[in-house]
Design a protein around this ligand. Structure first.
Ligand code: AMP
Length: 215
């Protein structure tokens, strides 16, 4: 499947993407994970992105399109991909459309995960992430803690609170989302690709997507 997952930070895009990879082998592409990996590795991309990310601002579109232009043409994308956290602005959506037309790829749909603000705030403040850039497994101190406190079940690395998950950075990220990313739902509606799902359970979201795609 070739999907875009839209929704506010904390709406469950990453969790849904991970569940969908198990359905048909489509790969999850998270620009946030790629950028965090670059920041930790200290690459040029990471150095450019770091300050924007810490402040809860978006990284400039040209850097993001540079990443995606390359990533979407890697062989593992041929079976399908789940775009998690991209596109995030109208110019990114327009550049993605141009890129996909150029490489002859057609999207199935853009799924908008519509989750109430209280749920989002609660999830983001209680979310913890594996610090290993290769892993980045997601936990929640209330609903899904690691078996040993502060240690990733999957790879044994420390599980941490992301620097952009302080209360201040979270409110900035939600503001940025409302201003720059929320308009994408209307964009994809016009393109005839939008499916709105308002469910807080990731399993329900996955089932709704499978039903719609007939798989
Ligand atoms: P995420 O893990 O998707 O919440 O992304 C974390 C941070 O990475 C965001 O707050 C942005 O600073 C940056 N980021 C991720 N994806 C994008 C994107 N498509 N465009 C611009 N910035 C992004």
């Amino acid at each position: 499947m070739k999907l875009i997952l839209l929704g506010a930070p904390g709406a469950g895009k990453g969790t849904v993407a991970k569940l969908l990879t198990a359905v048909d082998g489509s790969v999850q592409i998270s620009t946030g994970d790629i950028l965090r990996g670059a920041v930790q590795a200290g690459t040029e991309l990471g150095k450019k992105a770091d300050a924007f990310m810490k402040a809860g601002d978006l990284v400039p579109d040209d850097l993001i399109m540079g990443i995606m232009e390359q990533r979407l043409q890697e062989p593992d994308c041929a079976n399908g991909f789940l775009l998690d956290g991209f596109p995030r602005t109208i110019p990114q959506a327009e550049a993605l459309k141009e890129l996909l037309d150029r490489i002859g790829v057609k999207l199935d749909m853009a799924v908008n995960l519509d989750v109430p603000r209280e749920v989002i705030l609660d999830r983001l403040t209680t979310r913890r992430t594996c610090s290993n850039p290769e892993c980045q497994a997601i936990y929640n101190v209330k609903s899904n803690p690691p078996k040993v406190e502060g240690v990733c079940d999957k790879c044994g690395s420390p599980v941490i609170q992301r620097e952009d998950e302080t209360e201040e950075a979270i409110s900035k990220r939600l503001e940025t989302y409302n201003e720059k990313t929320a308009p994408l739902a209307a964009y994809y509606e016009k393109e005839g690709l939008l499916m709105n799902v308002n469910a807080t359970s990731s399993d329900v979201v996955v089932q709704t997507i499978k039903d719609k795609l007939g798989i």
